[in-house]
Ligand binder design. Structure first.
Ligand code: UT7
Length: 328
């Protein structure tokens, strides 16, 4: 029996309608459009403002679109993995809410927490299910409502993030799909980027709310340094061990945290800017959603057999890269 690969057969997305511009942020915190654009590459981001709607809503919409794109039926999905750090609830899993709403009645579903690397970790997890033959169709979702954990009085974080969701369907292929992955975790740096309270170490209390400990905290400069090194290191590692030269790579699909990190990664890989997917300007950092949102935005330009390197870095600390041959 020949080993199967997991290939992406459908891509979907969801972005909220509300556009939060740098200009509007100037009215909340001491910042300016020029600083944000030159330091991060971000001009605007989307915010989910409709009451009663949260991460699962964006995940549901993206999943339905991915299934439609693949021409697949929800009842044929074997597993749903939702990468998120902003689940609707700590439990049940957001993936379970999605499973019910899209009618994937035969799927088991769970969330995966790896912050900005979440989509890559979920994609490689899903791919091993397909490769082993245990699953025929796996829905991999990355969705985050970062606005739910942002302190809009903290200029060092609130300018960076946005809300959004993306999803892909994985199926088996003899030829195309995920070829290799590299994943790393450095748990001793967990507090470089985290949400201090709301978990079991510091359950919600009057004090945690008063101290704004339910919002994201980041040592931006240190994360920037680590991310710049880490994303380039894993991207080069995966290229080297698959004998890929820069000219063999059709696209770099990088996590969108900061345009300067993306540029540095592409530079070290020897890739020209035309081969790099960059949409941070419009969406900011949507955490687990950045990579599937790039795949969605560029899907009409992708050709069968294109070599893609997906690369991400985030809280945990977590980072990784995936090499896949586009096969849709
Ligand atoms: O996706 C997960 C991974 N996350 C990341 O990869 C994010 C990594 N970090 C970054 O992208 C960057 O570090 C930031 C964009 C967060 C910050 O950019 P920076 O070039 O590292 O700036 P900095 O933190 O060194 O701050 C420079 C100055 C400081 O002022 P002083 O101390 O030099 O007077 C900050 O207080 O810029 C100030 N500053 C701001 N000024 C205007 C910080 N935030 C802002 C702001 N507007 N929003």
């Amino acid at each position: 029996m020949s080993l199967k690969r997991a290939v992406i057969t459908g891509v979907g997305h969801y972005l909220p309608d509300y556009v939060l511009t740098n200009k509007e942020l100037e009215s909340y915190v001491d910042t300016d459009d020029e600083w944000i654009r030159s330091r991060t590459g971000i001009s605007e981001r989307r915010i989910l403002k409709e009451p009663g709607k949260a991460t699962s809503y964006m995940a549901e919409k993206a999943s339905l679109e991915a299934l439609e794109d693949a021409g697949a039926d929800a009842s044929d999905v074997d597993c749903i993995i939702c990468a998120t750090v902003t689940p609707d609830y700590l439990f049940p899993a957001t993936a379970a809410l999605v499973q019910k709403r899209i009618g994937a009645n035969n799927a088991f579903a769970f969330d995966l927490s790896a912050a900005c690397s979440g989509f890559l970790y979920a994609l490689s997890t899903g791919s091993t299910m397909i490769e082993s033959g245990r699953a025929k169709k796996v829905l991999v979702v990355g969705a985050d409502m970062m606005s739910s954990i942002l302190d809009f009085t903290d200029r060092t974080t609130c300018i960076l993030f946005g809300d959004g969701g993306g999803a892909v369907l994985l199926e088996a292929s003899d030829e195309y799909g995920i070829v290799d992955y590299v994943h790393n975790t450095e748990g001793d740096e967990a507090c470089m980027l985290y949400q201090p309270a709301g978990g079991s170490i510091k359950p919600a209390s009057e004090e945690t709310v008063k101290n704004k400990e339910h919002f994201i905290r980041q040592d931006g400069r240190s994360v920037f340094k680590k991310a710049t090194e880490g994303m380039a290191d894993v991207s080069l590692e995966i290229m080297e061990r698959n004998n890929l030269k820069a000219e063999d790579v059709a696209w770099l699909v990088p996590h969108q945290a900061n345009e300067r990190i993306i540029d540095a990664t592409a530079r070290r890989m020897g890739l020209s800017r035309e081969k790099v997917m960059v949409n941070i300007s419009h969406y900011g950092n949507t955490t687990a959603a950045t990579i599937p949102l790039c795949l969605y935005d560029w899907k009409d330009q992708l050709k069968k057999g294109d070599n893609l390197i997906l690369s991400a870095f985030g809280g945990g600390l977590t980072w990784g890269a995936i090499y896949l041959k586009w096969g849709k």
